[in-house]
Design a binder for this molecule. Structure first.
Ligand SMILES: [Zn+2]
Length: 509
């Protein structure tokens, strides 16, 4: 009996996945539930179009200094010019998009790959027309990407322009369910959210391979190169008094039109609601706005206060806040999610707010704020190395409590980390964890413990020097675990092999 039970337990564990993305690492619903999904697809390369980088990063040697790795930062130059007309009544949008792309690498390009996340839901993205340099294009439409075969290769130093005309039929964001991953792109009666809503040029590695991984049941899969955004939004048939929250403040606002110029950013996202109220403050040239629903004013104002404190603290210990705007948007779905210049914070956290910083409203607000450094300023491969941003953001929560609410640090460790008894290696890809909870426990929670142990080993002075040096060296780039280790070893003569053994995957050694 025991053996049979044990066998069934193993099978269950292998096929247990929780359909949550939850960038915050918190399930607003029961955090202990794990769902069985025996039909899960485990071949993660089935849908990949071509030359897609799916290799796992080389684990660090425990006895040698890290080897140089592939540079994910050829100096591409990408500019999006997007005119969108949004019909609020029908929740549809017509979009004219141009992408100016310059090949700054040394490798000519014969095929161009764009991610297109909206293709993941049927009948949402409808392509009407597409051209390259004004000529009809040869485009293949995949499950979450567009691939162009170029009639003539794009040689190093040359530019091209992609034109796309398409419509978006926003999907209704489904009611929260324990067996479904929360949806962000789409609409509810309270808000419409535009995230990863336009076809996007993905980065290339230094061999010229496009970096586009498969979407997964939890975690994030996109890697964002820096780009410039000229965005024009026209809103039709919206109730009076609606507000638009966006990655940046608009350069102009007219009659139902909003124009933005957002440069050197990872993405541009926005959310519109007839119900938003807001509180706003400016600190050191940064506009911080908290958008919330009317029944959550106290929580919405508290979020603004905490986020401003976090921006001040993180600017001090990591380096200056990298943007001139931060929009905090109460989310009508059970998730928190970071984007460049904007993050969503689940209404569930607002509901739970009891006037105290001892709760997820504060914890996750400062976590998402830290993503403006560990995601926006320094991007990373979220699919292959999710710990690179999530472990740092989770430890940033601790740094916040340590500085602002020192009396709550024991509570934070207990409530946020130790309660879950996290184990597992912190540096696996999203595909290698068997479910959301093992993924969350390892990358977020044990990731925070790793940075705390590292700090004990290095001492405060060296540890904070390391963080600043890591930011200075990697800002505006796509960073990796090896980049983190490089900064650690440059700022400390200590031996960290035991920490690598404890927290990192050293299987190939
Ligand atoms: Zn996060």
């Amino acid at each position: 009996m025991l053996n049979q039970y044990f066998h069934r337990f193993i099978i269950f564990s292998i096929f247990s996945f929780c359909f949550m993305s939850c960038s915050s690492g918190i399930l607003v619903s029961d955090p202990t539930i794990v769902f069985s999904t025996p039909t899960i697809k485990t071949n993660k390369t089935t849908n990949t179009p071509f030359q897609v980088r799916t290799i796992n990063p080389t684990p660090l040697s425990i006895t040698e200094t890290p080897l140089p790795e592939k540079d994910l930062n050829p100096p591409e130059s990408i500019r999006y010019t997007i005119d969108l007309v949004f019909d609020y009544l029908n929740q549809t949008a017509n979009v004219e998009q141009k992408i100016r792309y310059k090949n700054n690498s040394q490798i000519s390009i014969t095929e161009l790959l764009l991610s297109c996340d909206t293709l993941r839901t049927d009948n949402v993205f409808v392509l009407a027309d597409s051209k390259i340099d004004g000529n009809p294009s040869n485009v293949e439409i995949g499950g979450f990407w567009l691939k162009y075969k170029l009639s003539t290769p794009l040689e190093p130093g040359h530019e091209l322009e992609v034109e796309l005309n398409y419509s978006l039929n926003l999907p209704k964001i489904p009611e929260p369910a324990d067996d479904k991953k929360p949806v962000i792109f789409g609409y509810t009666v309270l808000q419409s959210n535009f995230v990863d809503w336009y076809p996007m040029i993905v980065p290339r590695d230094d061999d010229g391979n496009w970096i586009l991984h498969d979407p997964w049941f939890y975690g994030e899969y996109l890697v964002y190169p820096l780009a410039d955004f000229d965005i024009s939004l026209k809103i039709q048939n919206a109730p009076a008094g609606y507000l638009v929250a966006a990655s940046d403040t608009p350069t102009s606002v007219g009659n139902d039109s909003h124009v933005y110029l957002y440069e050197n950013a990872r993405n541009f996202v926005w959310s519109i609601s007839p119900s938003f109220q807001f509180s706003q403050e400016k600190i050191d040239g940064v506009t911080v706005t908290s958008y919330y629903f009317p029944f959550h004013q106290a929580a919405g104002e508290q979020v603004l206060k905490e986020v401003i404190s976090a921006i001040k603290l993180y600017s001090d210990i990591f380096g200056p806040y990298p943007r001139s705007n931060l929009s905090i948007v109460e989310a009508d779905f059970l998730d928190g999610m970071e984007y460049d210049g904007l993050f969503f914070l689940s209404k569930g956290f607002y509901n739970l707010y009891d006037g105290s910083p001892k709760g997820y409203l504060t914890t996750i607000a400062v976590h998402e704020t830290a993503h403006q450094w560990w995601y926006a300023l320094i991007a990373n491969d979220q699919a292959l190395e999710p710990w690179v941003d999530e472990a740092l953001c989770t430890y940033s929560e601790f740094l916040y409590y340590e500085s602002v609410y020192a009396e709550l640090i024991e509570w934070w460790w207990q409530y946020r980390v130790d309660f879950y008894k996290p184990d597992g290696k912190i540096d696996l890809s999203i595909y290698d964890y068997h479910g959301f909870l093992p993924y969350r426990d390892s990358t977020y929670l044990r990731g925070a413990k790793f940075f705390h142990d590292l700090r004990s080993r290095m001492g405060d002075e060296q540890f904070f020097l390391f963080l600043k040096e890591y930011v200075e060296t990697n800002k505006d780039k796509i960073s990796s675990g090896n980049d983190i280790w490089r900064s650690i070893t440059q700022n400390s003569p200590n031996d960290f092999n035991d920490l690598k053994m404890e927290y990192f995957n050293n299987e190939s050694q």
